[in-house]
Design a protein around this ligand. Sequence first.
Ligand code: MN
Length: 254
Amino acid sequence: FLMLDEFSSKAPAGFPDHPHRGFETVTYLLKGAIAHEDFCGNKGVIGPGDLQWMTAGRGIVHCEMPVGEETCHGLQLWVNLSRKEKMIEPSYQDLKDAQIPRKSENGVSVKVIAGEAMGVKSPVYTRTPTTYLDFQLEPGAKYTQPIANEWNAFVFILAGAGTFGVGSARPKKATAHHTLILSKGDSLEFENDTTEKLHFVLIAGQPINEPVVQHGPFVMNSQEEIARTFEDYRGGKNGFENAPKWESDYVKSH
Ligand code: MN
């Protein structure tokens, strides 16, 4: 995982035309709406609860802008791609809120964005094996989620507070907007020991164990590959063919 951004923005703030290469951007919207368009002609609106899993691969130039009056609140996760997949064709996996599998039991609700929980599986294909779960716990609720051994995992609290690692040597209490980086293990037990609802995401993935060289929106394995990426982007080559002449409808009309 390269980055997790909890964004809260309102038009006209946003992310006009910009490129990506070498990783995936995973946008999960909680509130509001984001208009998206890219230099291949893809265009759409991401609504509350919707997921856009974008594999930038060898190159995407796109525009991500809040629409409407409401403040957009959500998460954007950057998932790295391994050396052999950094230059694959770009692709999208879009799921509307209603298409994301979910389950509830004993005061615990989960939306399975990627991977599996409570016997429910996400249809999202993750090139770097990844689990991404959105949990909501009523006061008093408790649950144990299995996590693949040796995977990197973390929790990010969206609202409320709870205790993580219940029953372990070092249980941690955490509150909204905080991150817990988990140590290696085969499961995480958590509990809402407060009087308010707890809302958090649990994200875990198989480590790639390759060098990470990042320059802004480009993430490659070496400085040479970053230099080549700048050449490709400026020169409209190797996946960035449409970049020099493309402008989003949003930019054209503002
Ligand atoms: Mn972007």
